[in-house]
Design a protein around this ligand. Structure first.
Ligand SMILES: CC(C)(COP(=O)(O)OP(=O)(O)OC[C@H]1O[C@@H](n2cnc3c(N)ncnc32)[C@H](O)[C@@H]1OP(=O)(O)O)[C@@H](O)C(=O)NCCC(=O)NCCS
Length: 204
């Protein structure tokens, strides 16, 4: 069961840097982000959206949007990477992850907006997810991607992930990493605070 301070989700934000040093904030999605998040997905290229959701879709359904904007429900969490663009906080990427307490693993999917791809944002967001995995006390971080997704496969390879078959779908490749400690070169202090506020059912 998750007991995040839902009235003050901003306290769990981390500030990372793109390759060129621009600051970006990784923070939980809040209900008030619904419209901007939907606009973000709509404005991805068809290819990026296809790769993100492992199939064709034009936007999130109403119920998906509802789930994305309510962090912690069912041990699933959505974060956005935002940057200040022309004075406005703008979503440049997102990730959604699920904590599988029984398996001690975190499963995730992520995307970076086409306009911001190639700036090191995906690498930083992935490392931040590794911090979150460690903070949960989970030992394995994994995701699935289409075999044709060269960019994600290259990012995972470069980030030290191993590849296996997806047991249920031959079109997918699974990348996974054993996490024994939080990466030291990426801020995730605020997420540690969040993890302390997660009460695991076994501990209750
Ligand atoms: C895959 C994705 C997340 C990469 O994010 P990104 O911010 O562009 O990646 P980075 O800039 O951090 O790149 C890190 C490394 O990934 C690899 N990489 C990224 N884009 C690549 C591309 N188009 N082709 C080949 N390799 C690529 C490179 O090794 C790169 O390192 P380098 O720049 O030193 O060569 C992004 O392309 C994306 O959001 N795609 C659409 C959604 C998606 O595919 N999601 C994955 C589903 S799980």
């Amino acid at each position: 069961m998750t007991t995040l301070r839902l009235d003050d989700l901003r306290q769990y934000s981390d500030v990372l840097r793109s390759r060129s040093g621009d600051p970006m904030t990784i923070r939980f999605v809040e209900p008030r982000d619904a419209e901007e998040l939907q606009n973000y997905f709509r404005s991805l290229s068809t290819r990026s959206r296809y790769n993100r959701f492992l199939g064709a879709m034009s936007e999130l359904s109403k119920s998906q949007l509802e789930h994305f904007t309510h962090v912690g429900e069912g041990e699933r969490f959505s974060v956005v990477a935002t940057m200040n663009v022309d004075g406005f906080e703008t979503i440049v990427g997102e990730a959604r992850y699920a904590f599988h307490a029984d398996a001690g693993s975190l499963e995730f999917g992520l995307s970076i907006h086409d306009r911001w791809q190639g700036h090191g944002i995906g690498s930083s967001l992935l490392k931040n997810l590794e911090c979150r995995t460690a903070a949960f006390g989970a030992e394995r971080l994994f995701g699935d991607t289409l075999r044709s997704n060269d960019a994600m496969i290259a990012l995972a390879r470069k980030s030290g992930y191993a590849f296996t078959h997806n047991p249920d779908d031959w079109k997918l490749v699974r990348f996974e990493k054993h996490i024994d400690a939080a990466p030291k070169d990426i801020p995730c202090a605020s997420w540690k605070l969040a993890a302390e506020q997660i009460v695991h059912p076994a501990a209750m």
